[in-house]
Design a protein around this ligand. Structure first.
Ligand code: UFG
Length: 325
């Protein structure tokens, strides 16, 4: 199978490419290197440096490579940033995504996997959060993914375009070769590990007055390798019908627990201070992932937080400055 992976030079995309190639797929990566790194692209993948705003570049790539399916990771992904730059999220994520969808339909591609998000569930009525939960996007970013999900719904009805929307909770961890490197970094685990590496003085905990056992936010940290495997299973299944899955560990860990785990793993004291709440952070987000386990036999290989942090730590120690530019 040949797969086009947009955002395949980014964190989750590059590790999914690594797993696709391990499963014997042929991969074309399409990435503008805004947050991605050419060094993260698997050497056996074909790399096209292109932007989804450029419809002709997408058409050319699909015509030239004729993929059997598309995995679409490329987008802006930061909840907080989307409050500051709503047009960047509500315009670019959506217009660029629509360029890709329209080109895919015109080139006869009928299998599509969308990177979606737990940020669809800002005000969950029940925890863990299952696919039946009502959708309340928590930010312009979450809304941009919701709109992409709605486009897919209509393209399936109109054209028989088969898709899976995978709503990730908090992606984390690393493989031997690939890990998390954003600039600027905003995610909890890499920031904590940067403190352990001596690159930052301390980690600021964004609020300790949440309605959780220790007062810090609870999130569902899911290993990026396990997310990648879910994409591959979903791509193999979409011919049987479009679907949506919530993807997480099924267990929540507080910010304080993540920091304590990183202290154990690294042996570094990792100083922390309590800061104000970050706008838009709900108390608890935990995924109910029973549906993908039941339908596709998805298994989490690395559900243990300590092992996730150990693998991330190994990558950060080997690449203290991330990928080369
Ligand atoms: N946090 C801190 N201090 C920091 C950074 C983060 O206390 O310096 C806290 C946050 O407040 C939050 C938790 O750590 O409670 C996790 O925050 P991240 O920034 O690592 O991740 P987010 O939960 O904000 O967002 C991630 C992805 C989004 C996705 C979301 C889904 O970046 O794309 O998970 O849950 F939508």
């Amino acid at each position: 199978m040949k797969v086009l992976v947009t955002g395949g030079a980014g964190y989750i995309g590059s590790i999914t490419v690594e797993r696709l190639i391990a499963h014997g797929a042929s991969v074309v990566v399409f990435d503008n290197l805004y947050q991605g790194h050419e060094a993260a692209v698997h050497p056996d993948a074909t790399f096209v440096c292109g932007d989804l705003a450029d419809r002709a570049a997408i058409d050319d790539t699909l015509a030239r490579h004729r993929p059997d399916g598309i995995m679409h990771f490329a987008s802006y992904t930061l909840v907080g940033e989307s409050w500051e730059k709503p047009f960047m999220y509500l315009r670019d994520n959506i217009v660029n995504g629509l360029n890709l969808l329209e080109s895919a339909v015109e080139h006869g591609v009928r299998r599509f996997i969308l990177s979606s998000t737990a940020n669809l569930f800002d005000d969950p009525e029940s925890v863990p959060i299952h696919e039946t939960e009502r959708i309340v996007p928590g930010s312009p970013y979450g809304e941009s993914k919701n709109i992409m999900e709605r486009y897919l719904y209509w393209l399936d009805r109109v054209y028989g375009f088969r898709y899976a929307c995978l709503r990730y909770f908090n992606a984390c961890g690393a493989t031997e070769q690939r890990g998390e490197h954003h600039d600027p970094e905003t995610h909890l685990i890499p920031l904590v590990l940067q403190v352990a590496l001596g690159q930052r003085d301390k980690i600021t905990i964004f609020g300790d007055d949440y309605n959780t056992p220790d007062g810090t936010c609870v999130r569902d940290y899911i290993h990026v390798h396990d997310l990648a495997e879910a994409h591959i299973l979903a791509l193999g299944a979409v011919d049987g019908g479009s679907r949506k899955y919530n993807l997480g560990n099924g267990r929540g860990f507080s910010v304080q627990e993540v920091i304590d785990t990183a202290r154990q793993v690294t042996g570094h004291p990792i100083p922390s201070v309590i800061g104000p709440r970050r706008p838009g952070d709900p108390d608890i987000l935990i995924a109910g992932s029973d549906a993908i386990v039941r339908d596709l036999g998805w298994r989490r290989q690395y559900p243990d937080l300590r092992q996730i942090v150990e693998m991330a730590w190994k990558w950060h120690q080997a690449h203290p400055n991330g990928y080369p530019y």
